[in-house]
Design a protein around this ligand. Structure first.
Ligand SMILES: C[S@@+](CC[C@H](N)C(=O)[O-])C[C@H]1O[C@@H](n2cnc3c(N)ncnc32)[C@H](O)[C@@H]1O
Length: 352
């Protein structure tokens, strides 16, 4: 079989146009090939420019890899995978996004096609073809099987391959939607939980976080439940789930009930390990605050999860400048993605 020159990316449906524009600008050797909702493929000028370790430079990719081709049944999918089955593969079967916010989809339907296809593949494959667990670890080769959303008609599946490293989310599709517990004050709970899982980050109990734009408190509540003390900055009101929280680790919530620009240095802890941003301001404005609160952490930061509102083409056009400014925050590792729970936004995840 000649080496594949095709790569695939899965992403939110609404971002397709921006994703294609960004790849055209940043990776001119990748030419748009074909797209299905939530899935876009590119053909490299030469096959030796791509492989299972391919990176697709875009802020919108949630998962990506080399395309092996399309298949409409388990036998055909396994035939495409066969040359790579010298050792057990990690199997990631997942559904493409649809253009309906994930919290408005039927939770009893979403995921059922992926589960059925995975069962068929496992039943048809040799016993030792796939690891049993889905979570990828560094060095794994992952067989990606991208299927249509369970609420859509069936279509041929995209069969892909990627070498797992810490650029990729470790779960099928990078990360799936994480549904919120009933008491979560807002859907921002999902955004934080999905970001932590995609980036494989674990806040430690006893850590301290500062959140810009914390009201009503979904993201803060997620961090509180992980044992983190949270300083939430917002002129808006916070939910009792945050205000009344007392954690098993003695961690608690502190409401700095004011706009970010008015927070005095003395109101903050001397060091904090996490910075979250979710203000509903233009990213260029939000970045001014982010820059100040990175400096005020006095070098203690381990991670920052910065949600950037991407409401229109103007903000998309400013993305290269935004990325430059975020690069100057000094984190050695910066990744971008758009999570299942996102709407018109992307997240920059920084690690020190
Ligand atoms: C999308 S909501 C945040 C949701 C929140 N992170 C959660 O977990 O529920 C955006 C918030 O940004 C806040 N905000 C807007 N401008 C702000 C500023 N200058 N300083 C602090 N918060 C601000 C708004 O009051 C609003 O509550």
């Amino acid at each position: 079989m000649p080496p594949s020159a095709f790569v695939w990316v899965t992403h939110q449906v609404a971002a397709t146009r921006w994703l294609k524009a960004e790849v055209a600008a940043r990776a001119p050797h990748l030419k748009f090939a074909f797209a299905r909702p939530g899935l876009t493929t590119f053909k490299a000028d030469r096959a030796d420019q791509v492989g299972p370790r391919v990176e697709v430079p875009t802020s919108f990719a949630r998962a990506w890899g080399l395309s092996l081709g399309r298949a409409d049944a388990a036998d055909a999918a396994l035939a495409l995978a066969a040359p790579h089955l010298r050792r057990p593969l990690r199997l990631h079967v997942f559904e493409r996004d649809v253009d309906v916010p994930v919290d408005e989809q039927d939770a009893a339907v979403r995921g059922t096609r992926a589960a059925a296809v995975e069962a068929t593949l496992r039943a048809a494959a040799p016993a030792d073809a796939f690891h049993a667990e889905p979570r990828a670890v560094a060095g794994d080769l992952v067989l990606d099987v991208v299927v249509p959303h369970a609420g859509e008609p069936d279509e041929p599946w995209l069969i892909g391959l990627h070498a797992h490293d810490d650029h990729h989310g470790p779960w099928p599709g990078g990360v799936g939607h994480v549904p919120p517990p009933p008491e979560a004050p807002s859907r921002a709970w999902c955004k934080i939980e999905e970001a932590l899982r995609w980036a494989d980050l674990e806040p430690a109990p006893g850590d301290v976080a500062v959140e810009l734009g914390a009201s009503p408190g979904g993201a803060s509540y997620a961090m509180l439940c992980r044992g983190v003390t949270v300083y939430g900055i917002d002129p808006g009101e916070m939910a009792p789930a945050c205000l009344d929280f007392t954690g098993p680790h003695g961690n608690r919530f502190v409401h700095l009930h004011m706009p970010a620009a008015e927070v005095p240095k003395a109101a903050l802890p001397r060091q904090y390990q996490w910075l979250l941003n979710d203000v509903n301001l233009a990213p260029m404005v939000a970045l001014r605050y982010i820059e100040r609160f990175v400096a005020l952490a006095h070098g203690g930061l381990r991670g920052a999860i910065l949600t950037l509102k991407l409401n229109d083409d103007g903000v998309f056009a400013a993305l290269p400048r935004l990325r430059e400014r975020i690069a100057k925050l000094g984190a050695p590792r910066i990744r971008y993605t758009q999570l299942p729970s996102h709407r018109s936004e992307v997240v920059a995840i920084l690690q020190w």
